[in-house]
Structure formats: C-alpha cells, structure tokens
Design a protein. Structure first.
Length: 340
C-alpha cells in the first residue's frame, strides 16, 4: 500500500463540510493523527497561516489542507484539453516555480479538496445528458494535481467509476505524481485517460520542487498502461533553451523504451507566463532561474481574459515542427492532440 505523498501540517474545515460523510470522516482521521485542525466559515477565506516573507507564506499555504464544499456546480471551459473542467480539488502540494496557478491562486495557494463529489458528478451527468449525442470530455486536473489528495478524498476513484457508466461521457486527468496503485484495479472501461506530465530531468530538478523524478513517473505510467487505461503524456512546459532538441528527444526515447507497445496521446505546451505570475514567482522564488524576460516574448491574450507572454512565432513554429516529427518517429501510432 502506497503511503500518502501529501501529509499536511494543518487542516481547516469549512463548517458546511462537516455535514457531509467525507467531511466527518476526515475530521475524525486528522484529529486521531494529532493534526492541527480548526473550522472556518468559508474555504475561500483562509487567514492566520504562519509566515512573514512571501516564500514562507507560500510554503505554509502548501502545507495547509482546506476541506470544503464546492458551491459552483457549473463547469468552465477547458480548451484545448477537454470540453469542461471537473473541479474536485484546487492547488497541490507540489511547488513548481512556473505553475500557471501563480496567476489564478496568487501567493497563498492553500490546498483544497471538496467533499461534495457526488453533487459535482451529478451535475456533470446533467451536462452529458444535455449535450447528447455529442461525447462530453471533462478534465480533472485543470485546477489541481489530484493524485496527492486521492488518499483523503477518493475523488478520482469515484470519478473513474462514474464515467465508466457514462455512454457519452469521458474523463481525463494529468499528474506529476506516482501514487497510482489505488486506481489500477478499477473497472474504468477505458472511459478515463490517465496522463503524466513529463519534462527533461534537468527541468524537473530545477523547477518542479516536491515532485517525483521522471523515472518514477514513467514507472507509474507503465503500471497505468498495464491496467488498461488509455495513456497520455503532457510535455510541459517546454523550455526552448540550449540543447532543448536533444533533451526532449531523449525524453521521448525513454518513454518509448519503457512502454514500447503503447500508442499514447501527447499534448505539448510551451513555457508562458503572465505579469501577475511573474510578480508572484519573483517574490516566492527570488533566486529563480526561470526565463521571465518579457522583451524576449510575444504578448497574447488567452481564453480566460488575461494576457500571457509566449515564445516568438518563429520559435513556436520550429518547436511545433520538431515535436510533430519526433513524436511520430518514436510513437508512429501515437497522437499529438495539440501544440500551444
């Protein structure tokens, strides 16, 4: 049995969450474990966490689990990954310097899980039914990496079981983590695509703090593939630094060597950042070596109303051609879903 990767220092319970069986169960669990626990009025208003500097405040937020009730049962768009976001948790214990949640969650990204999973899935069923005969795809990792929270929430197992029974519904999620054993024996009926975020080992070492190394993620991917799940890889964020072609080709070669019989999907996302994210990153990680020079990028508005700095057009075209060719070379039966 795999032990939880995430063991919070403190757990805050939204008062409403204690009316749900999962909320009560977690309260008893963390109290028995001797964790610091207390109730709060709303999972959106968290105060009193330790820390003086931005870096200290960030770390204390990452060590805090908030157990709440998700009130919004409408689903935001999630292009190009899927049709809609299926939000069952927010933030994660990983401390990736480049994380896009620096824009949306700010400098104190407490980790949240929601106890009303049945209500969320019921709302998803209504959306699936309304959009028939189209197939509706939900993304389970738009606001969080859900794997570290699975030992507490069981949300992924519930979602996988739910979508196994949906003729016109599909589920997909991506993770950097490797604690997948509890999900391997579920009757998924190939309705859930299990994806892993991968990058060059040096990028993981430099920027993806608190996450497993590439080799460990690939070992987890092998388990998932053998369990019959549709498998995918998210190569992100792609950094176009010296040696990037050789480095990313080596990653694809490693994937091919370990899972030679797979025909996975691929999604490729180049590094980008917003003005707000840059300010947060520089405050939280003052020694960061992330490339955040705005004058070397092109500004582009995104789907959620804020702009971001992306690589120049000629750099993007070169990288897109490279990944299309290399993915086809190593996985001719694979599928590059998109490059952005």
């Amino acid at each position: 049995m795999q032990l939880p990767f995430f063991m919070p220092k403190r757990v805050l319970f939204e008062e409403r969450a204690l009316a749900y069986p999962l909320g009560k169960k977690l309260w008893e669990r963390f109290r028995a474990e001797g964790k610091e626990i207390r109730t709060i009025g709303s999972h959106n208003r968290v105060s009193g966490l330790p820390g003086e500097t931005p870096a200290q405040k960030f770390r204390s937020a990452k060590e805090t689990l908030v157990v709440g009730v998700r009130k919004t049962l409408e689903f935001a768009s999630c292009r190009p990954s899927s049709d809609f976001q299926l939000v069952m948790s927010t933030s994660c214990p990983g401390m990736c310097e480049y994380c896009y949640l620096h824009t949306t969650l700010g400098a104190r990204p407490v980790v949240r899980l929601y106890v009303n999973i049945d209500e969320i899935l019921s709302a998803a069923a209504a959306v699936i039914d309304k959009r028939k005969p189209a197939v509706t795809i939900f993304e389970g990792a738009a606001t969080s990496d859900p794997i570290p929270l699975e030992p507490y929430s069981g949300a992924l197992a519930k979602a996988i079981n739910f979508f196994a029974g949906q003729e016109m519904g599909r589920f997909r999620f991506v993770t950097k983590f490797s604690a997948v054993d509890s999900l391997l024996n579920l009757e998924h009926r190939k309705k859930t695509e299990f994806r892993f975020s991968v990058n060059m080992p040096e990028i993981i070492r430099r920027f993806e703090h608190g996450t497993p190394p590439l080799e460990e993620r690939i070992r987890a991917a092998v388990k998932v593939f053998r369990a019959g799940y549709p498998l995918g890889f998210l190569i992100a964020p792609v950094f176009l630094e010296d040696g990037w072609r050789e480095g990313y080709s080596d990653v694809l070669a490693m994937l091919r060597k370990e899972i030679p019989d797979a025909d996975p999907s691929f999604e490729v996302i180049t590094h980008r950042f917003t003005t707000r994210a840059k300010a947060n990153i520089e405050a939280i990680f003052p020694a960061s070596a992330l490339p955040l020079e705005q004058e070397e990028r092109r500004f582009k508005y995104g789907q959620f109303g804020y702009g971001k700095y992306i690589y120049l057009r000629e750099e993007m075209k070169e990288a897109e051609d490279f990944f299309a060719e290399e993915i086809n070379r190593y996985f001719p039966a694979g599928n590059l879903l998109y490059f952005v």
